[in-house]
Every structure is written in C-alpha cells, then in structure tokens.
Design a protein around this ligand. Structure first.
Ligand code: FAD
Length: 602
C-alpha cells in the first residue's frame, strides 16, 4: 500500500473501535456488553435442535423452508419437470427473485459463489421478521436478509445461515396526504406511496405512474427490490430530475436486532432513518415497509440512442473530446440520465433517457452533435443512426406498448412484471471483475475537459467504460441535490456528474449448471484489464468514491469509497442499534469486526 493510501486510511477510525467501545471521542449509548460469539453452523453442537426449528416454523405459520440450491432438481434428474422448469426460466429475473435459493448474478471470480441458506423464513409481515430475528439472535445464527437477490457483492446470500426472505411482502398503496408518524403538525402532508419491502421497482412505477399519473423514484432495472434500493441510495433513469430513492424516503418500518418493530422517519428514530437512507442493505435491521414521496409527472419521457465507430485512435480521441464538450453544454442538466459507453474498439454508444422534453426540444439538443459527425464521414461511421423519441410517461413502463420490454410470461405473473431487453445479459451473469467511480463535475469545466477526455480515452484502451450519468447528481435539480445531502451516501455523489462502471463477465455459471468450465485465464485477464482501466481514471480522480451496490468486491478502502465522511456516524448508529453485530454483510458498516464469512468475531 502506498504511503498516501495509508494516510487516508489513518484518518478514518475503524468501525470496530465504535462497535467495541474503544473509540475515545464519542460517548456511546451505554449497553451491557455481550461477548460476541462465533456463530454456529449446522455441523456444530450448538445448532438449534429439530424441535427448535419446528417451533420457529409454527411461529411463522409453516413458512420456514429448507433452502435448496437453484439447480438442485437437475442434480437429481436432468429431465425431471422441476429441472426443466428451472432451466426454462433461468434468464427470467422475476423467476430468480421468486426462488429462496435464487441470486440475480451467478457468482464472482475469486469472490463469492451462490450457496443456499440452511433455512429461510418466507416472511409475510413484521411478525414473521421479528420471529426470525429473535431466533437468529438467541441461537447465535448467521442471519441474512434477501428481497430479490440483486446483490452483485453476494450480500443476500450466505451458506449455513437463516435467511429472512421478504419477496412475498409486496403490497403497494398510494397515499394522498402522508404525514410521517410523530411528525403531525410539523410537516405538511405530501403525496406518497407505501410499499411492503419485497416490492420491486416496476411495482412502484406501475402503481404510481401507469395507474395514478405521478412519479416515484425507484430503480432503472425494473426488478430491483425497493428495500435494497433505498439502503443503497438507489438510482433510476431520471434521478437527475427526482433524486435518489433514499432521498425520497419519508418513513420506514424496520425490525432491529433486539426484535423491536420500529418506525424510522424524520421525527422518530431519526438517526436510524438517516442510516437506512444509503447506509447499505442488511446492516441496521430488516425493513418491512417503506414510504416514498411521489412527484408530479413530467409531460414526456424520451431518449436518444446511437452508436458511432471512429476509424482511428486519433478520430476516437477527437470524438470523446467532442462528446464531453457536447455533454457539458447540452446534456448536463436535470433532464438527462442513463448511459454512454466507450469501447476499446473505438465505439461510442449513446443510450440516454430524458424527462420533461418534447420531441422538438430533443431534436434541437442533438442537432449540433449530429451535424458535427456528418461533417467527418471519413472519421466516423454510424453503426446505429441517431434515434430520438418522446412519449407520454404512462407509456414508458407499459409492457404492451413498449417493444424494448420483456414480459414475465409465467402463469399468474402480474401483467406489469417486465424487464428491459437491454438488461437481459445481466440476468444470471457471472462476474470477472467490476469497478465503479464517481467522477466530479469539476472535470467538465472547459479547462479540465482535455484531461477528462484523455483519461477516458486511455481507460477505454483496456475495457469498455459505461458512464451512468443518472448515478451522479451534479447537474440535478437543487432539490434532488439538497435531499441527497441528507442521506448516508458518500457526499461525493452530489458533486459527481457520472458513475463510471467498468465490468465484464460471462453467461450464467450457477453451481450445478451444465456448461463448460470457466476459462480462468481469460477471466483473470478481464479482471486485470478492468483494474488498469480504473487506474487511468483514478489519475484524474484520485479520491473517487464508489456506489456501494455497484462496486468492486475487493475495494480495499470501501468505507471511504462508499460513505466518505459519513462512515464514522454510521458506525455509531450501528453500535446503537446492533451492538452485537447480528446483521453482517460483506463490506457493510461494522463488518471489520467479523471474518469474511461473517461467522467469527475478530
Ligand atoms: C442486475 C442488477 C441491476 C441493478 N440495477 C440497479 C439500478 O438500476 N439502480 C440502482 O440504484 N441499483 C441497481 N442495482 C443495485 C441494486 O439496486 C442493489 O443491489 C439493491 O440493494 C437491490 O436490492 P434487492 O432487494 O433487489 O436485492 P437483495 O440482493 O435481495 O438485497 C440487497 C441488499 O439489501 C439487503 N436487503 C434486502 N432486503 C432488505 C430488507 N428488507 N431489509 C434490510 N436489508 C435488506 C440484503 O441483505 C442485501 O445486502 C442493480 C443490481 C443488479 C444485480
């Protein structure tokens, strides 16, 4: 480790000093210190007896299930109906979310492999969650929480654990005049939506936009779970207009490690409320319900897409420089989100989404860039010409009228359950490597643009870069930026114009899936190339933060990268609500106090 890195680490007190009470500068809520013990596995003498499990099962009305690996039916018989069923649906993200042993990615090279919990509670309400939390605490079990399993880092999956699985809790209700509990008389009522914790983004968009003509900030990926999203931060395509999901949280119901059902909002348990807004999933308790603010719907949603190939490295460098300048002058505002990709094959691919702009306005925005390209046919080929559209918002998430969406065709599945065809490759993917960095908007200033363009070009020599413009809030509305400052996310998100994601992998590699072995040499080469690409960007953004839920599993300074200056406060809140560390996730707040698998205190 370089000296500079050591110095950076030195300024950040490790969470263990708060958890264990050795940090000198903070008076912590006094609590009886309970010795943290190694958690038990099914092979240990201390594992609960059959009778204990039976009584837990009775307490949750028969909703305790033994969890099997996703491909377990195929290990028994490859032509059994159960095996045929799982193979048929392996590329359906809603199916994966509906399996107790399901994960949305099928693992990560040298990091984690899907491994089912010993048992899961298919929770139907807060009472089931309380039963699970109390059982795990009193029996010293490794506890894990899952909504739909959209964790790249594998944080909703742990072998030999008890899983609290919230997918079945998915009711959504609109609120005309919501006032958080305990805030009566201090805040004005607002329009809102209340969702049980297993609801996914498209459930919210369907209820709020399609049916009620309003807007709610959920995820871009339609099947991301609402509780995971809020605790990550949570970006959708239009986050520059409406902020993060976390910043829109008005209230959460949460079961904490002591088994209490608490309400968290600006008036009740405000410290917990703040921590739930971006402090990381599976860390502070089990959320059972959230209420998010809703907004007036803009007149149009739309977007622009195209793919350009430059004929030489020099032409590509020129194209990047021109796009950076065009982005700064024309797209760097609250209307535009989503992505631009820069590839080692000298391609620039635009897949941008807009809100609040009609077709004529979109044409005006893109015309100068299109003309610039047309002026140099010898340098640039349009692999896909510019396509611009603007539609009424209620058609955006309407699967019947949107050919870019794939419907969950299983019998009985809700009509609105669909995913973007562009997200199909992510379903069940196996990850070779992954990095993400927030780039500060200061790099867009005209004097800095040449440095930015040069670094983007240099990084793109190693791997494709995806610039997610909606995942940085510079250029967003003042309200969206101010609200994000009131969350636990790394404050760098407010001043970043983009989150650059550099990732690669391959198709599904679930344990037990019949397929050729992973080519480890290629996979490791991919991981190295991703690291080299990120290193080029760190030259211009040495302290770049990273989005907790879309980030590098191996990030050595994750505390600073995910939460920046908020980390210390998060540690104090963790200590207050979970002093024994019942809730553990990889690189979550307080995880320094545990072995990598979360079983052994260190
Ligand atoms: C394919 C894919 C697409 C994605 N798209 C987006 C996107 O568009 N925008 C974005 O911002 N992020 C995105 N993410 C990141 C994703 O939003 C986060 O990982 C989010 O936490 C997912 O929540 P989940 O319930 O779907 O997943 P899970 O894996 O079930 O949960 C994620 C984390 O939250 C915890 N958790 C889940 N439910 C609860 C609960 N009720 N109480 C307490 N903790 C809980 C879990 O323990 C786990 O640590 C994506 C991830 C993937 C894999």
């Amino acid at each position: 480790m370089k000296r500079r890195d050591l110095l950076k680490m030195a300024t950040l007190a490790p969470c263990t000093s708060f958890i264990l009470g050795t940090h000198k500068t903070h008076a912590l809520t006094p609590r009886a210190t309970t010795a943290r013990r190694r958690r038990v596995r099914p092979t240990d003498a201390g594992w609960p007896s059959k009778e204990s499990w039976q009584s837990l099962n009775a307490a949750v009305d028969g909703n305790l299930i033994e969890v099997r690996p996703l491909l377990a039916p195929c290990a028994l018989q490859s032509d059994s109906p159960a095996c045929v069923d799982v193979m048929q649906h392996l590329r359906n993200p809603f199916y994966l979310g509906d399996q107790a042993g399901g994960t949305q990615v099928s693992g990560w090279l040298d990091a984690w492999t899907p491994a089912p919990s010993a048992y899961a509670i298919r929770a139907r309400g807060a009472a089931d969650v309380v039963a699970g939390v109390n059982f795990a605490r009193t029996n010293n079990l490794r506890l894990v929480v899952k909504g739909t399993g959209h964790s790249y880092l594998g944080t909703s999956n742990a072998a030999d654990s008890l899983l609290i699985w919230t997918r079945a809790m998915s009711a959504v209700r609109l609120e005309d005049a919501f006032v958080p509990t305990g805030c009566s008389g201090t805040v004005a009522p607002v329009s809102a939506v209340t969702a049980e914790t297993g609801a996914v983004s498209i459930d919210l968009y369907d209820a709020v936009t399609n049916r009620a003509g309003r807007y709610v900030q959920a995820g871009g990926c339609t099947d991301t779970g609402v509780a995971g999203l809020v605790q990550s931060g949570g970006f959708g395509s239009f986050s520059k207009g409406f902020g993060t999901a976390a910043a829109n949280l008005l209230e959460a119901e949460v079961v904490t490690a002591d088994g209490l059902v608490r309400t968290a909002n600006a008036c009740l348990n405000p410290d917990l409320f703040w921590a739930l807004k971006g402090g990381g999933g599976g860390t502070f308790g089990v959320i059972t319900r959230v209420t998010l603010q809703t907004h007036e719907l803009p007149n149009r949603f739309g977007g622009a897409s195209m793919k350009i190939k430059a004929q030489s490295d020099a032409a590509f460098a020129r194209l990047i420089a021109r796009f950076v300048s065009f982005y700064h002058s024309s797209l760097f505002n609250s209307h535009w989100g989503e992505q631009v990709k820069l590839g080692p094959d000298n391609t620039l691919e635009v897949s941008m989404a807009s809100q609040g702009l009609d077709r004529a306005q979109l044409d005006d925005v893109w015309r100068p860039f299109a003309h610039w390209l047309e002026a140099s046919p010898q340098d640039f080929t349009l692999m896909r010409p510019l396509f611009i559209y603007a539609i009424p918002p209620q058609r955006y998430w309407d699967v019947e009228n949107n050919p870019s969406m794939i419907h969950d065709a299983r019998a009985g599945s809700p009509k609105h359950h669909c995913w973007w065809s562009g997200d199909q490759d992510q379903v069940g993917a196996y990850i070779h490597g992954y990095e993400s960095l927030w780039l500060p908007a200061s790099l867009l200033e005209p004097y800095a643009q040449p440095r930015l363009a040069k670094a983007l070009f240099a990084a793109s020599r190693f791997k494709q870069l995806s610039l997610h413009m909606n995942k940085g809030l510079a250029g967003a509305t003042p309200q969206a930026r101010a609200a994000a400052r009131q969350t636990a996310m790394n404050p760098a998100v407010v001043d970043a114009f983009t989150l650059v994601i550099i990732a690669d992998g391959e198709g599904s590699a679930y344990p037990g899936l019949p397929r050729p072995p992973i080519d480890l040499k290629t996979a490791h080469a991919d991981a190295r190339a991703i690291g080299l690409a990120a290193a080029e960007l760190r030259k211009i953004a040495p302290d770049a933060g990273s989005y907790v839920s879309e980030s590098n599993y191996f990030n050595p300074s994750w505390q600073r990268a995910y939460w920046g200056s908020n980390y210390e406060r998060l540690c104090i809140i963790k200590k207050k609500y979970d002093p024994e560390g019942l809730f553990f996730v990889h690189h979550g707040v307080g995880s320094e106090g545990w072995s990598a698998d979360g079983f052994t205190p260190i």
